[in-house]
Each structure stands twice: as C-alpha cells, then as structure tokens.
Design a protein around this ligand. Structure first.
Ligand code: ATP
Length: 204
C-alpha cells in the first residue's frame, strides 16, 4: 500500500554553542531520525565528485591534496576574499539538499529532524514543516564553546557575526527552546516541544 502521508521535516537550528547537538541526541534517544547537515556537508566535501569538481574550478587544484579537501587552503582563500564564502556555500547547499532528500526516503518515522547551524542562512528552512530554534545568551554560548573547542574568543565571535541573530531566528520559528540554564532545565524544555510535535505530527 502506498503511504500517502508525507513524512514531516522538523528543522533544528540555533547559534554556535546554543545546544542543537544536545537536543538532537535527545530526539535520537526518542527514536526520531536526525540528519546532521553540518557533518554531512563536511563529509560531502570529500566524497561528492560533482561538488569536488566545482570547488576545484573555483579555488584551483590546491583545493584538494590527493583527493582530500584542503581545509586550511580554502579557509585562507575565503578569509582573504569573503565573496568566495558565498560561492562555496552555493556549491555545498545543493549537494547537502540532494543527500538529505535521499537520506529522508530511507527513514521510517512520522517526522524527522534536520539539524543545521545555518538553516535560515542557507534557505533550507523553506523546506521544513516546522522549525525549532535553540536560543541562549551570547556570553553563555561563548563560555560553552570555549570549554568545548580549541577556538579563541575572537574566532567564536567572528562565527557569531556570520550567523543570524536569535531575534532574526525567532521571527521564523515555530518552537523556541531556551537554554540559559542547566541541562536538566534544557531537557524539560525539550520534553515540552517533543510532546507538542508528537501531538501535531504523529499519525500512527
Ligand atoms: P555548534 O553549533 O557549535 O555545533 P551546538 O548548538 O550543537 O553547537 P552543543 O554542542 O549541543 O551546541 O552545546 C555546546 C556545548 O555546551 C557542549 O559541550 C554541550 O555539552 C554544552 N551544553 C549545552 N547546553 C548546556 C547546558 N544547559 N548546561 C551545560 N552545558 C551545556
């Protein structure tokens, strides 16, 4: 029998260090498939031959060394010529989109979650049936990322500047998960949203 009810896509986003991955793990624990756009994009830079060719055409042969994506070279190019970042994103987004669509076809669930740091910036929010944004104050996010990664405060602030603000994200979101407190209160906020999603989208 053909399944006429289309599987829903829930976008999960938020600024650097807001808590997206933490929330994504809790969805997985509830049995909801999660697509991690950021890791998949990194993977596709190494594995998608069409994408690799486009990147070579824009950045030159140094973009890959023995078939491996030359991250530091590309980062330096993008830093020197910021318009190249937009060009790179315009090459990567369609590749991730196709990969996501293929992945989604293989899932069995009433809804799936698409986690992406730049869900709004990339435009992929337009393909979502509902959007969750995780919000937390900038200084709290900064402290969390400083503890987690080897990045400097300046590097983190620069990434924040390249992303939308929470105020912009809020306007286009259906659900907000606030994460200025401890993990217990985050879990409580997650539960509330998870229940609402289940009520809205569970069909079986
Ligand atoms: P990025 O965009 O950088 O990948 P993210 O939005 O996925 O970040 P997480 O990786 O989930 O964010 O969280 C950032 C860090 O902060 C992690 O080390 C996580 O364990 C920690 N963290 C998240 N929320 C809390 C909290 N409420 N209390 C304490 N630590 C937290």
């Amino acid at each position: 029998m053909v399944d006429l009810i289309e599987m829903k896509t829930i976008g999960l986003t938020g600024g650097i260090g807001s808590g997206k991955t933490t929330i994504a793990r809790w969805f997985l624990a509830e049995g909801i498939p999660v697509y991690d756009s950021d890791s998949q994009a990194k993977e596709l830079l190494h594995t998608d031959e069409t994408l690799k060719e486009k990147i070579r055409q824009t950045f030159g042969e140094n973009a890959y060394i023995d078939g491996i994506y030359n991250r530091s070279f590309i980062a330096a190019q993008v830093f020197e010529q910021p318009h190249l970042l937009q060009q790179l994103n315009e090459m990567v987004h369609p590749a991730v989109f196709d990969h996501f669509e293929n992945w989604k076809k293989k899932q069995k669930s009433d809804f799936i979650v698409k986690e992406a740091a730049i869900l709004f910036e990339s435009g992929s929010y337009k393909d979502c049936d509902a959007i969750i944004t995780v919000v937390a104050d900038e200084d709290i996010r900064l402290a969390r990322v400083l503890q987690r990664d080897g990045l400097s405060e300046q590097q983190i602030r620069q990434r924040m500047q390249n992303q939308w603000t929470d105020a912009q994200r809020r306007e286009l979101s259906d659900f907000i998960i606030e994460n200025n407190g401890d993990l217990e209160s985050l879990h409580h906020n997650f539960d509330r949203v998870f229940k609402a999603l289940t009520q809205q989208f569970q069909t079986r």
